[in-house]
Ligand binder design. Structure first.
Ligand code: ZN
Length: 215
């Protein structure tokens, strides 16, 4: 098994709406207490974990390719023609012949803006129409107009020689798949609260190995 190449997609994640990427307090605190945005421990600037971008890209591509696993779990089919398993790795399946995970998504550091705002939300009692007691939450989100750096590494192995995606083959198929993943993120958004208007983004200044491209 031999590594044949490495490609890098870089660009800017531009926030068209506020962006909410929660930190771990989300699980611990319900009601009243602020749900804070994830921040770098030293600079205290918000960032978007690479795992968050990668996870959202995976779930969007699974939905588009009809590859959502049983019970809504990530795909673990291990099939040679499954680009989801090839690129992201089969879910919770250590034994397979697809080779290593092909994609590395770096943490997206804040390069512009990065101020945070508080957004309140509540749950409504369906019968009385009033706010449910204790349901008011204040969430922190990064303001619209903020920008984060995007960096995605794509590893190509000799195993990918015959892999197909759309009309592309081999390493080009992997790149095309990731581009479709970016298109999907641009259509739906990233972070939490998308259905409530957060997380709308646009990719700008995209480059593949330094050469500009558009989605
Ligand atoms: Zn699969």
């Amino acid at each position: 098994m031999k590594k044949n190449g490495y490609h890098e997609i870089t660009g800017i994640i531009h926030c068209l709406s506020g962006l909410r990427v929660g930190s771990s307090d989300e699980l611990l605190q319900i009601g009243g207490t602020d749900l804070t945005c994830i921040k770098h421990p030293v600079t205290l600037r918000p960032y978007i974990p690479g795992s968050s971008i990668k996870g959202k890209m995976r779930s969007e591509m699974e939905q588009r390719l009809d590859k959502v696993g049983d019970g809504g779990k990530p795909c673990s089919c291990k099939k040679q023609d499954c680009l989801v398993c090839r690129i992201f790795g089969p879910h919770a399946t250590p034994q397979h012949t697809l080779g290593p995970t092909r994609i590395v998504v770096r943490d997206a550091q804040c390069i512009r803006g990065g101020e945070t705002e508080k957004k309140s939300s509540t749950a409504i009692d369906r019968i009385t129409g009033s706010a449910l007691r204790g349901a008011l939450r204040t969430e922190e989100r990064v303001v619209a107009g903020s920008e984060f750096s995007l960096r995605i590494g794509i590893q190509v192995w000799d195993l990918d020689k015959d892999c197909q995606y759309n009309d592309k083959t081999g390493g080009d198929a992997l790149i095309e798949f990731v581009k479709d993943g970016l298109r999907a993120l641009q259509q739906t958004g990233i972070g939490s609260g998308i259905s409530k208007g957060s997380g709308e983004i646009e990719f700008r200044d995209l480059k593949l190995d330094g050469t500009p491209f558009t989605l």
